[in-house]
Design a binder for this molecule. Sequence first.
Ligand code: AMP
Length: 215
Amino acid sequence: MRVILIGPPGAGKGTQSERIMAEYPLAHISTGDILRENVKNGTELGKSAKSFMDAGKLVPDDVIIRMMKERLAKDDARKGFLLDGFPRTTPQAEALGTLLKELSLPLDAVLLLEISDDEVVNRLCNRRVCSSCGAIYNALSHPPKKDRVCDECGGEVTQRDDDKETVIRSRLSVYHEQTSPLISYYDGKGLLHRVGAAGAPDTALLYIETMKLGV
Ligand code: AMP
């Protein structure tokens, strides 16, 4: 099964991915996670990406496309993947199409997580993340049991630098300008499916189950 999750920041791509991964043995490939790992480890890629990420802007296409060519060529991706946060621009989608054609790995579906901008701002201002294992919390509706300590691994639970309101607004306008054209791009290919993302965190998983894609 080869699926892309598209949606604005805060639509719950990470949380929905966790639910899907609990049921299907797919490679979960999140460009945001790969970039944050590189920033944390101080790699050249991390150093060049950090200023874009902190400003809520997209990292340049050539950097992302190079990174994803390497990632998708790995063995685990051949068995099926869930792309989370990629592609985010039309050139990225076109490069992905070419690459998957070369690898003979056609896409099965693109799930669009739909949610309003107000709900996104509300969610992201309260989002907290474990800096060790990536577990996701909400300061109001789902805080860690012990203040700032991860329930799963004991790591430190913090707010992402780009989850501040001004940066969130900037990430939303980037989404509307640069990523939303992918909706008609994939709709035109007959791959787009719309999934409500304002409520439960497993709507994408339920949708996949109804599609009976197989693994
Ligand atoms: P995310 O965790 O998916 O919200 O990504 C966090 C940040 O990483 C984004 O705001 C961008 O700066 C960068 N990023 C992640 N994926 C991409 C992508 N496909 N293209 C460009 N920048 C990206």
